[in-house]
Design a protein around this ligand. Structure first.
Ligand SMILES: Nc1nc2c(ncn2[C@@H]2O[C@H](COP(=O)(O)OP(=O)(O)O)[C@@H](O)[C@H]2O)c(=O)[nH]1
Ligand SMILES: [Mg+2]
Length: 442
């Protein structure tokens, strides 16, 4: 997601950076390229137009032309606009004062409603007692799917028995959850291949019957601008309070996520980033903008780390990310921790600078690769791990032999390590991660 947009924007900014002073012409040239990059990322045409106009207004002002670091100014403006475009701050679910609070999930078939209902139940259950109910009486396996997921995450699931009326099922589920002391009822509704009047009528009836605290539209990122258009329809016909965008881990170009807020006028609240039950994240516009601009997303990374490992280890990791003397030992520990957190590919994009490292990108390390890297580092002496400079050709041969790998593997690992170490140094010399995120690495 956003990979190719990130790459293009980075290229555009690099060109700007090379200039001493910006003039209107170079700003306009950059804006034309940004416009193309956004359109290619499948961002809504009108959204792109407004975006560019706004950036132009702010960028062609006097401050920028006189600025000492004009490239930086433009990136800042684009960054600020991206954050605004996605809604500025993250939006939580508003549960209201009624207990239990019914939350309805709506969307087309296959967009990920059932999976998301279970993921959301899992996420919310850190703070609330959450009950699940499926109102999908049409697909034979739909209720069973939710029941299975519910068992997996240890959430209560309403058993509809032989009931056939979705409205009655929802009402009884809300009653049941009240009796059993649940605080939230997540309602998974049926979807259709297209928006049709029958589906809308059913959703309206459920809405009228349970009076949900929130209605969340579940959108499949892979369907691009269709997801946005369908969102507009659902909002007109049912009314929605927010959006959950699923399959952000896929190779969708990201335009839908960027256009939603501006076109539908409702915030993106969560994003689905995988099929597993823990693959749902609160959506943070600021962090997403950082990621799009290739700045990584250290906050998300640390948050994930905290969920996956105990806090102490997370703190150590944060430290070692910042530490100047990032040794091979740190590198190995970090890879181990990263492995615990989920697919490495996703994580790499979140570490500042990592996305830019070509060598690492080509490597796309899988689990096997991680085992190999660990084996290579294990075959080093403590001294070598502390000081990679002493690892000469002879030592490389020995390490390869000892770890059952080839000298080329050892070379590649050292090359990657040196690149990452350079990034770490850069982060440190700028006075820590915060400054880096605020001021951009150039
Ligand atoms: N990769 C990925 N797959 C997802 C995500 N969310 C849902 N899916 C998959 O999408 C498919 C349809 O999901 P489902 O919840 O049954 O959709 P529903 O018809 O809207 O209830 C399933 O194979 C899910 O595993 C996500 O965030 N990432
Ligand atoms: Mg379903």
């Amino acid at each position: 997601m956003f990979e190719s947009l990130s790459e293009k924007l980075e290229g555009i900014f690099k060109k700007l950076r090379g200039r001493g002073v910006l003039n209107e012409e170079s700003v306009n040239a950059a804006l034309r390229e940004i416009r193309m990059a956004l359109l290619e990322a499948d961002v809504n045409f009108k959204v792109v137009k407004d975006f560019i106009e706004e950036v132009r207004l702010r960028a062609v002002g006097k401050e920028v032309l006189d600025s000492l670091t004009p490239g930086q100014q433009v990136v800042k403006i684009v960054h600020a606009r991206l954050v605004e475009l996605m809604g500025s701050t993250s939006s939580n679910i508003r549960f209201g004062s009624r207990i239990p609070a019914p939350i309805m999930l709506i969307g087309l078939q296959g967009c990920g409603k059932t999976t998301t209902a279970a993921k959301l139940a899992r996420l919310l259950s850190a703070e609330k007692r959450v009950y699940l109910v499926s109102a999908d009486v049409y697909r034979p396996a739909a209720m069973e799917q939710l029941a299975v997921l519910g068992r997996q995450i240890k959430a209560g699931v309403f058993d509809a028995g032989t009931r056939k009326d979705p409205v009655k099922i929802c009402m009884e589920a809300v009653e049941q959850s009240r009796r059993e002391g649940y605080e939230v009822v997540l309602i998974d509704t049926a979807g259709r291949l297209h928006i049709d009047e029958l589906l809308m009528e059913e959703l309206r009836r459920i809405k009228a019957a349970v009076n949900p605290a929130e209605i969340l539209y579940v959108a499949d990122a892979m369907t691009g601008q269709d997801a946005v258009n369908v969102g507009v329809k659902f909002n007109e016909l049912i009314g929605i309070d927010g959006v959950i965008m699923t399959k952000m881990d896929g190779d969708a170009r990201g335009g839908a996520a960027l256009s939603l807020r501006a076109v539908v006028g409702k915030p993106l609240k969560f994003v689905g980033v995988g099929e597993k039950m823990d693959a749902l994240e609160v959506f943070h516009p600021e962090r997403m903008a950082n990621r799009i601009l290739g700045m990584g997303d250290i906050l998300s990374l640390v948050e994930k780390a905290q969920a996956a490992i105990d806090e102490k280890t997370a703190r150590q990791m944060q430290e070692s990310l910042r530490k100047n003397d990032f040794t091979l030992e740190d590198f190995r520990n970090q890879l181990k921790q990263i492995k615990k957190m989920g697919p490495l590919k996703d994580m790499i994009g979140m570490i500042p600078g990592m996305g830019k490292i070509k060598a690492l990108k080509g490597m796309e390390p899988d689990d096997g690769e991680l085992v190999r890297i660990a084996a290579i580092i294990d075959s080093m002496t403590k001294k070598e791990r502390d000081n990679y400079l002493m690892i000469d050709g002879r030592r490389r041969k020995r390490i390869a032999l000892g770890s059952g790998t080839k000298v080329q593997d050892v070379n590649r690992l050292l090359k990657n390590y040196i690149e990452i170490r350079k990034m770490m140094k850069k982060i440190n010399s700028k006075g820590g991660m915060k400054t880096l995120m605020r001021n951009f690495p150039f």
